[in-house]
Design a protein around this ligand. Structure first.
Ligand code: MG
Length: 177
């Protein structure tokens, strides 16, 4: 059985500039590249799991998202195959969606496809929808403080669901073995 990290993009790996859609808007959060390298060394499969409702809202296209992801990979410098797979959920929040977080569907599909052990998997993100996807999928929800400040409802969710909170991705990965 394999272990894995599911990672949100904006506010977790990259700075959340709000609907970033041009490669030049992509900036890594300090320490993110080292954290991902370390997680990979420890044997974790890495999956990118990002809601991109800007596509569904007509603000930018899926091609723009791909270009941003490609630039993020270039900045990370850990190879184009860093992520075992990636999920981009482009829907508007009001649309029906199979994959948009907090849906656990992507995590479930990857668990089956890559023989993942849910007990050794985590969903890392800066928003309630990230943690909720983890809870819904039966894997550990991890909160990082590198996105927007947690509001009241996020704080309530964290307490109610025993979400572990870290300053950033590096601090979380430092706890892994
Ligand atoms: Mg985020």
């Amino acid at each position: 059985m394999n272990k894995a990290l599911f990672l949100d993009r904006d506010g977790t790996i990259t700075l959340d500039h709000g609907y970033a859609h041009k490669p030049e808007q992509i900036e890594l959060i300090p320490g993110a590249a080292d954290a991902l390298r370390r997680a990979r060394e420890l044997g974790y499969l890495l999956f990118l799991f990002t809601n991109q409702s800007g596509v569904g809202r007509g603000m930018f296209t899926l091609e723009d998202v791909h270009a941003c992801n490609a630039h993020m990979l270039e900045l990370l410098g850990l190879g184009d195959d860093l992520f075992a797979d990636l999920c981009i959920a482009p829907e508007h929040p009001d649309e029906d969606s199979l994959y948009r977080k907090p849906s656990p569907r992507f995590i479930h599909e990857m668990t089956a496809a890559h023989a993942l052990d849910p007990a050794q998997c985590a969903m890392v993100g800066d928003r309630t929808s990230d943690w909720e996807a983890g809870v819904n999928a039966g894997i550990r929800p991890i909160a990082v403080r590198t996105g927007k400040d947690f509001g009241e409802s996020a704080t309530v969710f964290i307490e109610k669901n025993a979400v572990a909170v870290f300053d950033d991705l590096s601090a979380f990965v430092a706890t892994l073995s």
